[in-house]
Design a protein around this ligand. Sequence first.
Ligand code: FES
Length: 698
Amino acid sequence: MENWRISKHPILPIEERETIEFTWQGKTLQAYAGETIAAALFANGIRIFGYHPKDGSPQGIFCANGQCAQCTVIADGLPVKSCMTLVHPGLTAGPLRGLPVLPEEKPDSGFAPVQTIQTECLIIGGGPAGLSAAIELGQRGIRTLVIDDKHRLGGKLVLQTHRFFGSINACYAGTRGIDIATRLADDAARYEQVQTWVNTTAVAVFSDKKVGVIKDGEYILIEPDVLLVAAGAREKNLTFKGNTLPGVYGAGAFQTLVNRDLVKPSERLFIVGGGNVGLIAGYHALQAGIEVVGLVEALPECGGYKVHKDKLVRMGVPIYTSHTVVSANGIDSVESVTIARVDDKWQPIPGTEKSFDCDTLLIAVGLDSIDEFTKKAKEFNLPVFAAGDSDEVAEASAAIFSGKIRGLEIVQYLGKGKVEIPPDWFRTSAILKSKPGQMTDETVPEDSGDVFPVLHCSQEIPCNPCTSVCSQGAIYIDPEDIRKVPDYIAQQLGKECIACEKCINVCPGLAITLVDMRGAVNGSVFVTIAYEFDRGSIQKGDVVTVTDTTGTVLGNVEVARVRLGKATDRTVLVRLIVPREIAMCVAGIQVQPKEVGEPMEQWVERLEDDTIVCRCERVTIEEIKEVIRSGVHDMNAIKAITRAGMGSCGGKTCSSLIKRAFRELGVPMSEVTENTQRPLFVEIPMGILAGEKAVKHE
Ligand code: FES
């Protein structure tokens, strides 16, 4: 592949962008103005960003979110995180080799006093929680400053091409995440008292109750009456051989590259983790034209929504439950992955290994709240609230409600007028946060009429847009608890489906089909399904392979009609001519042939034991465990002995793995002393801290 750009996408617009030039290792490359160095490198097929000073191992990206520092490159003579630094015309960049050298002393560019700004509420994070809180605060005239380290507001919403779960009234269910981001940002902008700063990173909370931030390269102190931390979460890592090879990275990083940067970073990928993040990442990969070779989940069942899992298996992605990743294999980057079945102690069972040819391995094994700002603020008695994933990791719909509630709690705290938090907000919030519940058998109502929806939605999850759009009121979910499984009740109401297809279109799980017996010929009927792939890839008269919810192939059928319009909002409604006997079971169209997921003939063993815990200092799991076995239970001491946690990320990526090592060795967390958190939480050049004027690139 010569150009690693996404040139067409079923959901995301591909806009004309200004092209600029930069150099990488002396070679002139093209980039788009406004994109990060990491995105520009991926777009040029470059995945190795540097070589670690300790052992020369190749480094790529991991988080694409400024959290890990693995993507460090040398740009214009300085080490920078390439995932957070924008490319500019004439940029001279190259890989980091060894330790960066101090730049030449430059002429005094001038210093300015660091300015301090007062505000009533400072919100760290302009995602669903932060923006929802800002809207509540803005409505009540509270002076609010929202800061976000990205160039666009919306947080993780800007990566979500799929429609959201929940309910339409409470949290925009049925609307795509990218569109919710725009709506929330527009709503917040309506309030004069709400100010938003993008490209602004919070770096520390200090004992004088000020928060240090860097805005476009300038260091500023904010003095808020109240702090709201809505900074989201960071991805957890996993220990296995080859876990830092370029090509092993977080599912969120992948979504950033694909859905925000419109870069195609992979041709064949494998996923570890069957929660919603991993399942959705797989779907987004398919939408971007990337082959998804498989997904492993250590538990006997995926933890994400069944409808997300069903989408993947229907499309032809194999899912291996009760399996784990054994190694990522390759010399300089991922060339294959080896997995194995796990026993009841989660250990790989020898003899069950399988390897798959792939260039990328996504880690989607959960998220850790970004809570260091909250903890420091509490330590220094700065009034602080936390919302969204920074408070509790859950779906973005839950983050919206969490933000709304915290917004009003802050109004109450500030004593600005009398506000009541509607009691049902707490209930809605709890429902939206709930994990997937009971599964029931799919049932198709008998005597459903000539035309009727089939609801392939058999797990309790908080979602009900299908009930809101049905003009006949014929799809029912208990309004008191939208987690219940939907029922089609037209018969009981004495009504009939009018085949408007709105329920098929709005369902975030793509779990509704419409069976139409009218006009049946030769034993075949019509089945309409939702399809969120390239419209041009499916035409009337085509023959497609259809599957049931488990991914079992039911046969090849003809496409009778393809509908795409303003009302369907980028979802293609495909009407198929289907043999009557399988009509109720048809749930999707296979988009990926079975051969894509075939394992290699022989499994690949990675001989090198390079299971890394601390990426910054390249400390292995064995080194950590040896220290723990010697009786050390203080993470500060582990840091002093091994350097784990001493690197540029400040322990953000290794801390949870070290805690896991304690658990694996049977040491209860009550006996473990955690790392002392010290400001700064983010690396910044000393000059900027001192008020040095930033160099601006046009
Ligand atoms: S990949 Fe850039 S900081 Fe983690």
